[in-house]
Design a protein around this ligand. Structure first.
Ligand SMILES: NC(=O)c1ccc[n+]([C@@H]2O[C@H](COP(=O)([O-])OP(=O)(O)OC[C@H]3O[C@@H](n4cnc5c(N)ncnc54)[C@H](O)[C@@H]3O)[C@@H](O)[C@H]2O)c1
Length: 336
């Protein structure tokens, strides 16, 4: 009998979130961190030494050409996501791509097309879907009618790359996507309309949207409001929070989505908190999918839908109009 092969993986982008994945991938039994790559050679070397990778390179082409690599983690700035994902797919490498999928619909389409063409297994980094309290929430309430959610961070420095309009897109595109994705995940029907107010409140030197109040309508008539900004973490509800009701039952997710309180028949139950999850919460199902030959735990199609909704929210902020998600250019992405 053949022994199953240990998946050999590589990380491209040896920065702060690459390190979060490296901590898990370098210690996960049944996985070999085979290679790391970064355009900054010293960062790649340091990473390889710190996490025991087989080799380090500043030449990403070496990763694509290496027949021993089964899956690649792409943990780079957002404007590089589409070209790196296309190169991974062309090389036949399964890939995990950090969120957001990309900063334009055209780049999202490029990634989805490359995955569909090549048949590789590809996932996007929407880890909040896998937080145990979020899993419990989805089971507790299957047909929500009203959602209120937030991702409100402390102030980001204006010169932070994520505030660069090309590399990062600003707080709403870069981080707001996390909570929009969670809201879409917790609603059973697709969104059909988005209206948003907001703008640039804190970074006058940057052409970005950093603050948004986003209202979504779903195909079943449910509605959701998502507040996003880097304007100061709310001390009680925390950076990530979400509450939902269906007319009979309700819940509050708080403590960075690690705690849930449920209410039914006017009885409130506060459940024990889960410890904060790291990248392992999404890396483990992706590794399992690669080993099993699929399916992806977070499809690129679903990540494109999330990006499309956030991009439509930004368009709404800029134009002052509600955006119909069932029409071009957004409709095709809503199937995710
Ligand atoms: N899921 C989460 O909770 C979470 C949290 C933080 C960041 N992220 C995401 O992780 C990604 C990386 O963010 P970060 O904070 O680690 O950034 P970072 O700046 O700390 O690291 C990015 C690294 O990528 C390298 N790089 C850039 N272009 C490259 C290329 N073409 N080839 C090889 N290397 C390249 C840079 O040199 C840098 O070392 C982003 O998509 C970000 O949104 C996700």
């Amino acid at each position: 009998m053949n022994t199953p092969r240990v998946p050999r993986v590589a990380i491209i982008g040896c920065g702060s979130y690459g390190a979060e994945h490296a901590r898990f991938l370098s210690t996960c039994p049944g996985v070999k961190l085979h290679a790391v790559a970064d355009i900054a050679p010293e960062r790649a070397q340091d990473f390889a030494a710190r996490y025991g990778a087989g080799y380090a390179t500043a030449d990403v082409a070496k990763i694509w050409a290496d027949p021993d690599i089964d899956a690649v983690w792409i943990c780079t700035q957002h404007d590089t996501h589409a070209p790196l994902a296309e190169a991974a797919a062309a090389a036949g490498k399964n890939f995990f791509l950090e969120k957001p999928l990309a900063l334009t619909l055209a780049d999202c389409d490029r990634i989805v097309a490359a995955v569909e063409r090549s048949g590789v297994i590809a996932a996007s980094g929407f880890k909040l879907r896998f937080f145990p309290a979020v899993v419990a929430a989805k089971q507790f309430l299957t047909k929500p009618t009203l959602t209120i959610a937030q991702v409100i961070d402390d102030h980001w420095p204006s010169d932070f790359w994520a505030n660069d309009p090309v590399k990062g897109g600003g707080n709403v595109l870069s981080q707001g996507c996390h909570m929009v994705d969670t809201v879409l995940h917790l609603h059973p029907t697709p969104p059909v309309k988005v209206y948003a107010a907001g703008g640039n409140r804190h970074h006058p030197t940057r052409d970005i949207v950093d603050t948004a109040s986003i209202t979504l309508t779903f195909a079943d008539g449910a509605v959701a409001t998502v507040a996003v900004g880097d304007c100061g973490v709310p001390p009680h509800s925390s950076k990530f929070a979400l509450q939902q009701s269906d007319g009979v039952r309700s819940f509050s997710l708080y403590n960075r989505l690690n705690s849930i309180m449920t209410r039914e028949d006017k009885q409130v139950t506060e459940h024990p908190a889960w410890p904060e999850k790291g990248a392992d919460v999404i890396d483990a199902p992706f590794i399992a999918a690669v080993a099993a030959g699929g399916p992806s735990p977070v499809t690129v199609q679903s990540a494109r839908r999330t990006s499309a909704v956030v991009l439509a929210a930004v368009e709404s902020i800029k134009t002052g109009r509600a955006i119909d998600l069932t029409s071009a250019p957004y409709a095709a992405a809503m199937q995710g």
